[in-house]
Design a protein around this ligand. Structure first.
Ligand code: NAP
Length: 314
């Protein structure tokens, strides 16, 4: 185990983590950022049109990459790896990353959230063989093919718009009779009637295929009527689960696993803050993630000052 005690460890690799890194690095706290190789949500997004300061929009991956470079310019140190344990000691916190252990006086958790799965028959078997949770990553594989998009939120609209450039036909399957997506996104999708159609009040029940997906069984939840849609792929856009498992012993989570923070990004443990999607079941926007990363960083800086003032900074 490394003997060094860092002032701040930031766990995560999205816009919240990089924003915390920029602020804490500029405050001379020499943050260590532990990021897994799994891409953050914004890096899986295409065009971001609502991040202030970019009148023509900005690509999600570019925004994240630039934020990371900005943090590095102020001395933030990045290591790649999956944080797999978290422990609170008397004077510091320990974060395990595979076989290594890192210590810090404060920790900012920005571990994000991962795409939810349906848990239906055939879904695991055909994951990567037609079943996907990321159109930005996989849409090009479905050129001139027929695909299903499952969900009725902004992500489902966005996935459909990405797929529209490649696929021959897109069927959105939604479990209710109205979308929850923002009006602007719905309007964009619903006017593309040449390729996109919607099956309302329905849920997928089984993924069919041979080597690759060749159809999805669906059920109308109002009539219980079952049918099969012939298609080559299924994109899931049914929300996300927060990546908070390793914190559940020490940090208070809500019943769906999101870290409970107050308005100041504080968790129930002094010195531990949370930012971004892992603590936000409601807004989940790039700008709110960045904002919470900023708040967490300022609170961490204040906490370090407080330790120094009390003579407890060792
Ligand atoms: P979301 O808003 O939670 O929508 C998830 C959708 O999946 C809902 O329509 C939900 O149905 C459906 N669903 C959930 N579980 C399901 C299940 N087991 N079977 C079938 N359907 C299921 O998630 P999201 O679309 O990922 O968006 C999350 C947040 O990110 C939102 O705040 C959104 O505005 C934001 N976002 C914004 C943009 C943008 O502005 N361009 C893009 C992407 C995401 P119900 O509607 O019936 O609950």
């Amino acid at each position: 185990m490394s003997k060094k005690i860092h002032d701040v460890i930031i766990i995560g690799g999205g816009i919240a983590a990089h924003t915390s890194a920029i602020y804490t690095a500029r405050a001379s706290l020499n943050p260590l950022i532990i990021s897994s190789i799994e891409p953050d949500q914004l890096s899986l997004t295409n065009e971001v049109e609502n991040f202030p300061g970019f009148p023509k929009g900005v690509l999600g991956p570019e925004l994240v990459k630039n934020a990371k470079e900005q943090a590095k310019r102020f001395g933030a140190e990045y290591i790649e790896g999956l944080a797999d344990s978290f422990k609170k000691n008397d004077k510091y916190f320990e974060v395990g990353v595979e076989k290594n252990n890192y210590k810090a006086r404060t920790v900012i958790i920005s571990t994000g959230a991962s795409a939810r799965r349906l848990n239906i028959e055939g879904e695991d078997k055909y994951f990567g063989r037609g079943v996907s949770t990321c159109a930005t990553c996989d849409a090009a594989l479905f050129r001139d093919k027929e695909v299903l998009v499952v969900g009725g939120g902004d992500s489902a609209m966005e996935e459909s718009l990405v797929l529209y450039k490649f696929a021959k036909k897109i069927t959105i399957v939604h479990r209710r009779d109205e979308f929850r997506a923002s009006k602007i996104m719905q309007d964009r999708v619903l006017k593309l009637k040449d390729k996109i159609n919607v099956v309302w009040d329905s849920i997928p029940t089984e993924v069919l295929g041979e080597t690759l997906v060749n159809g999805i069984k669906i059920k109308n939840v109002k009539t219980n009527e079952e049918s099969t849609i012939k298609c080559d792929g299924m994109f899931l856009a049914i929300g996300h689960n927060p990546n908070t498992k390793i914190f559940e012993k020490e940090i208070k989570l809500d019943k769906t696993g999101y870290i409970i923070t107050g308005s100041r990004s504080k968790t129930n443990v002094e010195g531990v803050y949370a930012a971004g999607d892992c603590q936000d079941p409601i807004f989940r926007q790039a700008i709110t993630s960045a904002g919470s990363g900023c708040k967490a960083a300022i609170e961490a800086e204040r906490y370090i000052e407080h330790l120094k003032a009390k003579g407890e900074y060792k």
